[in-house]
Ligand binder design. Structure first.
Ligand code: FRU
Length: 497
């Protein structure tokens, strides 16, 4: 039996089965839509589709099934990651139209060859850029997918690209649609491709964006962030070395701030030394950003990882991974991007338990713990099992109980001063925000099975711990019953990753 204390109550997870990247994040006609990479039979089949949640307020969510599934030859081995773009006034009666852009993955496409004939990096794979319109049902908010249109194939990408070209991110700038694609160069280094279009359908290659020195072997899931007049390129690179103070995970996403006055549209070469890691936790990859109707830039990450040595489903959970809570991005004067949970989440707080250097017990397993004024060293320990510490000039996470880590190792980063701390505990999902959101850790903690959460604080400072309302439990129960067992053409083929 899975441990019921691991259940999440304000994080999004797939009702059943596998979740990876957030996709198509947007606010359309007032409703938030969060798609995600869904796999009904990981790792046996590995054929991705897009699952969907919608919400009026980022707190209460409706599961909308798996509306974007492989359906044409060009996406038959997976609807891979991509983004949403709202075309203003392009719909019926001049209404806005929601357009999705994604990568159609196809492996071993050459008839008559055995799957073993290919390496799927330099041959044997198609990654097609595809679009479709998502029609919104005004009553239920559900989205129905229109006809797929293939926009770009591997033969359209520059010749120095390997077969790995994917994860379109579309936005508008200077009256044109712009598209970033993540890619792997034939020489095995990561890069992005930039395209432009007048109508979102007919795309023209502009240029390649790459780093001075090779920085990982592929760049996935590119995003552009534009804040306070500055441009940032965010990427999920694979292949960075593990170092003592950073890049601890197998794959490490982050961003580059471009120099003042320099636009991404005009940038070809990036100084890879300016790379800043988004999150230092064990479970964070492939984040996506979007701008909501209030003009906020919001980031959501995949709170999970693959190919790493630790587990995300110990003891028979029937769901893998979750998303981080939505994080608002703001720019600090030195260019660092601060990440903080959307303020909406504070509406889920119950009555605070205040604690000083000492202990506290919170009813339930969901908590928002805030230590607003810190000085000096100390730690915050959860259930004698998991610890956030600041010691010897390092901020880090420590697993005190081997079962709770499921193979994760303690880790820490150098930090001159710890001024404040906020820790979201949601069953087995923990997010730590320090110094106003400048340092962030998202990690899973497979906590002991207990009704309540016990805190022990050794910082000499006052804190407040709020129990959090569970807004997901009913949705997950009904959604799990509805989650489809997908039967698709080619679905049962075993395909190489
Ligand atoms: C990132 C990624 C993307 C790809 C997707 C497939 O985690 O590898 O590049 O589109 O996952 O699920």
């Amino acid at each position: 039996m899975p441990n019921r204390s691991w259940e999440v109550g304000f994080h999004l997870r797939s009702p059943r089965n596998w979740l990876n990247d957030p996709n198509g994040l947007c606010q359309f006609e007032g409703t938030y839509y969060f798609f995600y990479q869904y796999d009904h039979d990981w790792p046996t089949v590995d054929q991705k589709a897009w699952g969907l949640f919608s919400s009026p307020d980022l707190l209460h969510w409706t599961y909308q099934g798996v509306p974007l599934q492989p359906s044409i030859a060009e996406d038959r081995h997976g609807v891979f990651s991509g983004s949403a773009f709202v075309e203003r006034g392009a719909g019926d009666d001049g209404r806005d139209q929601l357009r999705l852009y994604y990568t159609g993955n196809v492996v071993a496409p050459v008839a008559g060859h055995s799957p073993k004939d290919f390496d799927y990096v330099y041959a044997g794979r198609e990654q097609n850029t595809i679009t479709c319109v998502a029609e919104r049902d005004p009553e239920t908010g559900a989205l129905a997918m229109g006809a797929r249109q293939v926009l770009l194939r591997n033969t359209d990408y520059p010749q120095d690209c390997s077969c790995h070209v994917r994860d379109p991110k579309v936005w508008e700038q200077d009256g044109k649609r712009r598209m970033l694609l993540g890619a792997r160069h034939m020489d095995t280094h990561g890069m992005c491709l930039l395209y432009e279009s007048d109508d979102g359908l007919d795309w023209h290659f502009s240029h390649t964006i790459y780093s001075d020195y090779a920085f990982g072997f592929v760049w996935e899931c590119p995003n552009i962030v534009q804040l306070d007049g500055r441009d940032y390129l965010a990427i999920s690179p694979q292949g960075l070395p593990r170092l003592q103070d950073r890049w601890f995970n197998r794959w490490t996403p982050g961003y580059f701030e471009l120099p003042e006055g320099q636009r991404l549209l005009d940038t070809e070469v990036i100084d890879e030394r300016t790379f800043v890691q988004w999150d230092f936790g064990h479970d964070f990859y492939a984040p996506q950003t979007f701008v909501d109707d209030a003009g906020r830039t919001i980031l959501v990450g995949w709170m999970g990882t693959f190919d790493d040595h630790y587990s995300s489903v110990p003891d028979g959970l029937d769901w893998w991974h979750c998303m981080t809570v939505p994080r608002v991005l703001t720019r600090r004067s030195d260019g660092r991007l601060l990440q903080n949970p959307v303020p909406e989440l504070e509406a889920l707080r119950g009555t605070a338990t205040c604690f000083d250097n000492g202990g506290a017990r919170i009813g339930g397993r969901l908590a928002d713990i805030v230590l607003p004024h810190l000085e000096g060293e100390g730690s915050l320990t959860l259930d004698d099992s998991f610890q956030v510490f600041y010691e010897g000039g390092r901020l880090g996470l420590r697993y005190l109980d081997e079962r709770g880590s499921a193979g994760r190792q303690d880790r820490s980063i150098p930090l001159d001063e710890l001024r404040d701390l906020r820790v979201l505990v949601d069953g087995s999902a923990v997010e730590v925000y320090a110094n106003g959101g400048a340092e962030v850790f998202a990690s899973r903690w497979f906590c002991p099975e207990k009704d309540d959460l016990t805190l022990a604080c050794s910082f000499s400072a006052a804190g407040s711990a709020y129990p959090m309302q569970n807004t997901m439990v009913e949705m997950y129960e009904t959604a799990a019953a509805k989650a489809p067992d997908l039967e698709l053409p080619g679905w049962n083929e075993t395909v190489p990753h």
